[in-house]
Design a binder for this molecule. Structure first.
Ligand code: GLY
Length: 424
């Protein structure tokens, strides 16, 4: 088969890495890819949001299956476009990708489905939102309704921060049209985890759970990032919790989507919080997680291409996913200054030693390859994943591998996996 992956981050490298191991994969392309992806796939210089051009490329090359990494093209309708041209693609149509593209849509749909979530109210008017926030008090959560590259959510400890979030969305229009409507939500307390499933509109095949670290500094301090590391499985997600998430949250959502005429196909990623009263839905994403994919796919024993194709062809009930009973820890190496300003073009050294010496898997995110050398080209530069029989073994391997790698101002958290090690 000829396969195309859309995207350029660590998630897409993990996808390409796993897909390239499948006997079904004859040729693999990635648009646009990155320095490391170029080792397992042919990188094609087309941007993920250039939907028309991606369709032309898939037609010209006779691509049998396309997999979409990031949310933006999904929300913009890349799957609708491919399907209208008779091309096989893995991912939800735009109407189903609203589960990530609109917080109001998701809250309203899951409420109709009886999914345990949080109290919420949707506002098109800033003054009405402010009044409601003053009445409710803090802590409270303010979200831009639309997709805002992970930056549109504010968990406010003080009313002033919540009011400021409303202004940034609706008055300053920091997120453009995505913030013209805001959703104000009840604040929930508990540990967060993410549970993703393959779904073809009817059948659900769950993946192993994972937990990511969103803040830049150790002990979850500092600003939010795209994710500074993660691990899988998640000790607090017992089999009972896992089954409840699937039966009380994911399945009713999938059934509701189908009954409302927008069946969901692709990866459904449930961001869940484990409260005293049980698991509750925080949000959905319509894609693989990043960096979570960098710990989930290394634990997948089964052929990923078979799962992706069966999902896209609505015959997921014919395949199963078998997972390795190992622990996986991924540490992100970032450019100093991230998530703020950072330098690019820094020479990366020690990759070979990290891979070979410690049995680690190095997933590239913001890298560029020139000849045999790699240079930094983004905020999150590399994801270093290691497996182990225990969390402490996986964590030690990952950090030993990170110890071989260097580039100017390299930054990483030193506490990734610590929570899981303590719980072991
Ligand atoms: N790690 C969070 C996400 O993929 O959105």
């Amino acid at each position: 088969m000829r396969i195309l992956v859309i995207g350029s981050g660590g998630r897409e490298h993990a996808l390409c890495w796993k897909i390239s191991q499948s006997p079904h994969c004859d040729e693999l392309f990635c648009a646009p890819g990155n320095g490391g992806i170029g080792r397992v796939a042919e990188c094609v210089s087309i941007k993920p949001d250039d939907i028309e051009k991606l369709g032309d490329f898939a037609e010209e090359k006779g691509i049998d299956l396309t997999i979409v990494g990031p949310e933006r093209p999904l929300i913009a309708g890349v799957c609708d476009h491919f399907r209208s041209r008779g091309l096989t693609i893995f991912g939800p149509n735009a109407s189903a990708a609203r589960l990530e593209g609109s917080k109001a849509f998701t809250n309203e749909l899951t409420e109709r489905a009886g999914v345990p979530g949080k109290a919420f109210k949707v506002f098109d008017d800033a003054e009405a939102a402010r009044k409601y926030i003053r009445r409710q008090g803090a802590p409270i959560v303010v979200k831009a309704d639309g997709e805002a590259a992970g930056k549109g959510v504010v968990v406010a400890d003080h009313i002033d921060d919540a009011l400021d979030a409303v202004d940034r969305c609706m008055v300053d229009r920091e997120f453009g049209a995505s913030g013209d409507r805001v959703v104000v939500e009840e604040f929930l307390e508990g540990q967060e985890c993410s549970i993703k499933v393959f779904c073809d509109g009817e059948t659900i095949v769950p993946m192993v759970p994972s937990q990511d670290y969103k803040r830049i500094y150790d002990d979850d301090e500092g600003p939010n990032t795209g994710g500074m590391g993660c691990y899988s499985p998640v000790p607090v997600v017992t089999q009972e919790v896992f089954d409840r998430v699937i039966s009380e949250i994911v399945r009713p959502t999938v059934e509701q989507m189908t009954s409302e005429g927008t069946p969901y196909s692709g990866v459904l990623y449930a961001g869940v919080i484990l409260t005293e009263s049980g698991p509750r839905l925080l949000e959905y994403n319509c894609r693989f997680g990043d960096p979570e994919t960098q710990v989930v796919l290394p634990r997948l024993e089964s052929d990923l291409v078979e799962l992706l194709l069966a999902t896209a062809e609505e015959r997921l009930s014919e395949v199963e996913a078998v997972w390795r009973d190992e622990r996986a820890v991924c540490v992100i190496c970032a450019s100093g200054g991230y998530p703020g300003k950072y330098a690019t073009g820094c020479d990366i050294t020690g990759l070979k030693e990290a891979r070979a010496g410690e049995d680690a898997i190095i997933f590239h995110a913001g890298t560029e390859r020139m000849g045999r050398r790699y240079f930094t080209n983004g905020g999150r530069v590399l994801g270093v994943t290691a497996l182990g029989a225990t969390f402490s073994q996986a964590r030690d391997r990952a950090y030993r591998a990170v110890g071989h790698i260097d580039f100017e101002d390299m930054y990483f958290r030193t506490d990734i996996g610590e929570r899981a090690v303590q719980a072991e």
